[in-house]
Design a protein around this ligand. Structure first.
Ligand code: HEM
Length: 133
């Protein structure tokens, strides 16, 4: 019987090595982006919870976050959300309409929309990242 390798990273390395194709890479990226979103959700709630201490504490938190680095990280967050959202919709459509055969085409359509989304994000966010507030 097939037994996957033990060890966190070994399992993933083996899965990719056995099936180095679009489906495997999109599955891995979906998992990684999902995990990043879960981590972000906790950080987001933590930052918002500073409002319990009052308006000035909350405003101080927010103004501390207005740096070029956090704005660049924001662009990364948009990319993570966009990939997870679009690939998630692709998976949902393929599951509901039994579109397993054209799943590669669906993936590349999703990636085309992702790239368009990213270009618009860079045009809007990049100038703001380096401008003083
Ligand atoms: C923006 C809209 C979202 C859509 C359309 C979406 C869609 C999906 C779908 C369809 C799956 C199942 C994937 C599969 O069956 O292989 C999934 C998994 C997952 N999603 Fe989302 N999701 C969204 C937002 C989020 C958010 C906001 C979070 C985190 C706070 C999140 C975290 C996860 C995680 C951790 C998994 C499990 C991944 C895995 O086990 O490989 N998702 N998502």
């Amino acid at each position: 019987m097939y037994q996957p390798k033990s060890g966190f990273f070994k399992k993933y390395k083996e899965a990719v090595g056995l099936n180095p194709n679009v489906g495997t890479w999109s599955w891995l990226l979906h998992r990684v982006t999902g995990a990043i979103l879960v981590l972000y959700l906790f950080m987001h709630l933590f930052a918002l919870s500073s409002s319990i201490a009052g308006e000035s504490t909350f405003n101080a938190w927010l103004s501390n976050l207005q740096t070029p680095l956090t704005h660049i990280l924001e662009i990364g967050l948009v990319a993570v959300v966009a990939f997870h959202l679009l690939n998630g919709l692709r998976i949902t459509i393929a599951d509901f309409f039994l579109l397993t055969r054209p799943h590669r085409v669906l993936f590349w359509i999703a990636m085309l929309i992702f790239v368009a989304f990213l270009i618009i994000t860079l045009i809007v966010f990049l100038p703001r990242a380096f401008s003083p507030h």
